[in-house]
Design a protein around this ligand. Sequence first.
Ligand SMILES: [Zn+2]
Length: 45
Amino acid sequence: MSEHVHVRINQGLGVTENGELLEHSSCRCGATWTKTYRVREEDSE
Ligand SMILES: [Zn+2]
């Protein structure tokens, strides 16, 4: 098997039930990743 370097292609954003930002990405080989970001409310008045 030859080495394969994954290329993460952004598949879009979503929001989880917890209100976190969800980022989907995938490679042409079929590998997928999901990454969540905590959205903090620092500027609440
Ligand atoms: Zn790949």
